[in-house]
Every structure is written in structure tokens, then in C-alpha cells.
Design a protein around this ligand. Structure first.
Ligand SMILES: [Zn+2]
Length: 276
């Protein structure tokens, strides 16, 4: 009797412990499954928010004046040579390039082809562009101060003096074309419309907006091609406006009139308020 009654009890105890183990396993499996779903959701969420604010961003970076005016580059600059992304080899900040690649992939799904015309530019490169533009407008040392200022302002419509270009920072991209007429064509309009609607999702903001968008903006003429990676460029602009002064802007034609033209406030500061 004893042995007969003990056996079922042992059997039921075994069953109970197996049941407990089974329940524990189910609970663990459910938890693992839930965690992986949350993770998957976060990854796809990142795809739409597009890491516009990356945890890697050096918010507290102290930028030197030499960096701010293009006399030194940044350790995070990389040279992009792949013709899928650039028309010619182009230096750019690596985080900006990563964000661009994500934006380009999304654009291509909408049949929009984005390519970089220009990205990071040094002081030396900007000076050669500036000198060519000034010569083209007839700048000479023996002109009157007023004539010189007219030519400087004309050159500043679409070109920067060295030291005041945001391209020094590696955060700026000129996309597809730098010809205003291109953005009047059907293709150009389509590209601009796409960028206006979607670039913000990837951290990019148009810098030199048209007067019909913001009549109070000063400085450069509107540039539908010029987009800035805001998470990086906003703190850089803040530091530029604190640290750079006219003693730093020397060594090019018209440097003696940079202050008279008020280039730091009117041009460097004359950007889309979303970038301030
Ligand atoms: Zn540009």
C-alpha cells in the first residue's frame, strides 16, 4: 500500500516541478521575444529619425579659431572618392557623410538622385575661389573705397571670403548643382521640393533661404543647393560668433573692408534661424 501510494505522489511531484520549469521557460521566452521586438522597433525608428542627433556628436568640443576659419581641418574629416556620392574627391566630416548616405538612399527610393558637388573647403581653397571672383568683377587696388565695397558685395552674392565660409567646417554640402538656373528646371525643382520636405529628417537644413521664406535674412543670395548638417554646425556657428573677429580675417583682396561690409554679422550670421 505504502509503496503504491508513494509512487503517484512522487510522480505528481515530478510533474509539478516539470510544470514549474516549463512555465519559467515560457516566461523567459516571452521576455526575450519582447526585448528583441523593442530593439527592432528602435532600429526602424532610428531609420526615420535618422540619427539626426547622434550620441557621438562632440557637443562640448572647443573649436579653435584656426578650425573655424578653415586654416586647419578636423580629425573627423574623411576624403570621399566614391563617384556614387561625389562628382570629384571631396573632404567632409564623417558624421555628415553618414547622414548624407542615409538621406541619399531615402531620396533614391523616391527617384531623386542626390550627389555632393562640394563639401569641406580650406582657407587656401576658398581664397583662390574668392580671388578669382574678385578679379572677375574687376577688383583693383586703385579703385575708390566705395567702388571696392560694391565689388566685394557683388562677389559675396554666392561666394565667401576665406575665413567666413561655413564649408570650412565640413558640415556643409552643396548638392547636385551650384547653378541657380538648375533649380528652375523641372528636375531641379523636384530635387529642391524633396529636400525641403525630407532633409530635416536627416539633420540637414537649408542655410541660405529665399527672401519669400525669410525676408529678414541678410547676407548671401539664396542657395537651394546648400544644406547644413545642423547637429554639428549649430554649436560651431555659436563658437564662431564668439571667437572670430576681423583681426583673424586677413590675407586676401578686400580684407581691409571686411569690417566695413560687416561680413561676420551680416553674412556668417545671416543664416536660416533654424541653424542658430
Ligand atoms: Zn555651399
Amino acid at each position: 500500500m505504502r509503496s503504491r501510494s508513494k509512487a503517484p505522489r512522487l510522480y505528481s511531484r515530478l510533474l509539478l516541478s516539470e510544470l514549474i520549469i516549463l512555465i519559467c521557460m515560457i516566461v523567459i521566452l516571452v521576455m526575450i521575444n519582447r526585448e528583441s521586438r523593442v530593439e527592432a522597433k528602435e532600429v526602424s525608428g532610428a531609420d526615420s529619425l535618422l540619427n539626426a542627433i547622434s550620441p557621438e556628436l562632440p557637443d562640448s568640443t572647443d573649436y579653435s579659431v584656426d578650425f573655424l576659419i578653415g586654416k586647419t581641418d578636423h580629425p573627423d574629416f574623411i576624403m570621399v572618392r566614391d563617384p556614387r556620392y561625389v562628382f570629384t574627391d571631396m573632404p567632409v566630416h564623417r558624421l555628415v557623410f553618414e547622414a548624407f548616405k542615409r538621406m541619399q538612399a531615402a531620396a533614391s527610393r523616391d527617384s531623386i538622385n542626390l550627389k555632393i558637388v562640394s563639401a569641406a573647403r580650406s582657407w587656401t581653397k576658398q581664397r583662390s575661389i574668392w580671388e578669382a571672383r574678385m578679379q572677375g568683377h574687376g577688383y583693383r587696388g586703385n579703385l575708390s573705397r566705395e567702388q571696392k565695397i560694391v565689388i566685394i558685395r557683388r562677389s559675396l552674392r554666392y561666394n565667401s571670403m576665406p575665413g567666413i565660409s561655413r564649408h570650412h567646417w565640413g558640415t556643409e554640402l552643396d548638392l547636385c548643382s551650384v547653378d541657380p538656373a538648375y533649380f528652375e528646371t523641372t528636375r531641379g525643382r523636384k530635387i529642391f521640393r524633396w529636400l525641403s520636405e525630407h532633409a530635416g529628417d536627416y539633420g540637414f537644413v537649408q542655410v541660405y533661404t529665399a527672401p519669400e521664406i525669410d525676408s529678414s535674412r541678410t547676407g548671401f543670395f539664396s542657395e537651394p543647393w546648400h544644406w547644413s548638417y545642423a547637429p554639428l554646425s549649430k554649436p560651431i556657428l555659436t563658437q564662431y560668433l564668439q571667437k572670430v573677429n576681423y583681426t583673424h580675417l586677413k590675407g586676401f583682396s578686400g580684407d581691409d573692408l571686411a569690417e566695413a561690409v560687416n561680413v561676420i554679422q551680416e553674412y556668417v550670421g545671416g543664416v536660416n534661424p533654424a541653424l542658430k
